[in-house]
Design a protein. Structure first.
Length: 296
């Protein structure tokens, strides 16, 4: 399943969980990390488990994921032990250094799935792969690391803190060099690992035009989805990552022309030479359109 939008929801806010349930996001991420103070963490775990259990039967329209605390802290095993009874669709793993954390998490998930009577391997992992300075040197370790890996996303805010930066964007609003690098490496590593690359959050939730522009550009670069920090961001993100009617029609035409010319490596369409990479892109567009339509 291709998930276009992931909406963060604080794990200790019943009101925001209810709003997330009716939101357009393809997946909500019930957060036990940054948006929950440590003195409310136990409360949040109980609320997240309760929400997961109440929404266990039908997640066709919207999946439910959980962001746990980083594995190098004292909290994540308690997070997992509390929420796995509710069978989350996936776990968002923050502040990784390499794929070692994803592999370790996979082993823990297997034990907890067995405990809860869940099918082993059903809980997916989305790794936040660039929140630490060291992680930028180890992104290739995710290739073949674990079949649980749904995708990889990147983080500019925590990376800025790790680099002791005062800002991660330039005066014109574009990301500064280190963050452009992190984004590109995350995208390339995800595609090399044959998992979904997911773009990071757009922090100015009042700037819908800026969000849409960044989401459209992310899809052009090769990302398949984007994180949201505000309920109003889900619909624009879904729109940006859904192929347009013109894109679908053009993709169908490319596929049709190649089918009508078996064995051809290059064909001409509207005065342009179209080859195998274009055919691959066309099939990817049609596959995404089909996935969105089925979800629909």
């Amino acid at each position: 399943m291709t998930l276009r939008s992931f909406l963060f929801v604080p794990g200790d806010s019943e009101r925001k969980m209810v709003k997330g349930e009716s939101n357009e996001a393809d997946a909500v991420i019930l957060d036990l990390e940054d948006s929950v103070s440590k003195d409310r963490l136990e409360i949040a775990r109980g609320m997240v488990e309760e929400y997961l259990t109440a929404h266990k039967d039908d997640r066709t329209r919207q999946q439910v994921w959980v962001r746990i605390n980083p594995l190098d802290t004292e909290y994540p095993m308690y997070d997992l032990a509390a929420v796995m009874n509710g069978a989350p669709d996936g776990i968002l793993l923050p502040k990784t250094y390499s794929a070692k954390e994803a592999v370790a998490l996979s082993h823990s998930l297997s034990a907890l799935e067995a405990r809860e009577g869940l099918e082993i391997g059903t809980t997916k992992i989305l790794a936040v792969a660039t929140e630490t300075a060291r992680s930028l040197f180890d992104l290739d370790t995710f290739i073949g690391a674990t079949p649980r890996l749904y995708g990889m996303t990147w983080g500019a805010e925590d990376l800025a803190a790790a680099l002791s930066a005062t800002n991660n964007r330039l005066a014109n609003g574009d990301y500064d060099g280190p963050y452009q690098l992190a984004r590109t490496l995350c995208l390339a590593a995800a595609r090399a690992a044959e998992v979904m690359p997911v773009d990071t959050v757009f922090t100015d939730f009042r700037d819908n035009d800026g969000l849409m522009a960044e989401a459209v550009q992310a899809r052009r670069s090769g990302f398949f989805g984007k994180m949201a920090i505000h309920p109003a961001q889900s619909a624009p993100i879904n729109e940006a990552f859904t192929p347009t009617a013109d894109e679908i029609a053009h993709a169908k035409r490319i596929v049709q022309v190649f089918e009508e010319n078996p064995g051809a490596g290059t064909v001409g369409i509207d005065g342009m030479m179209i080859d195998m990479p274009h055919l691959k892109q066309a099939r990817a567009i049609l596959s995404l359109a089909e996935a969105v339509a089925v979800k629909g």
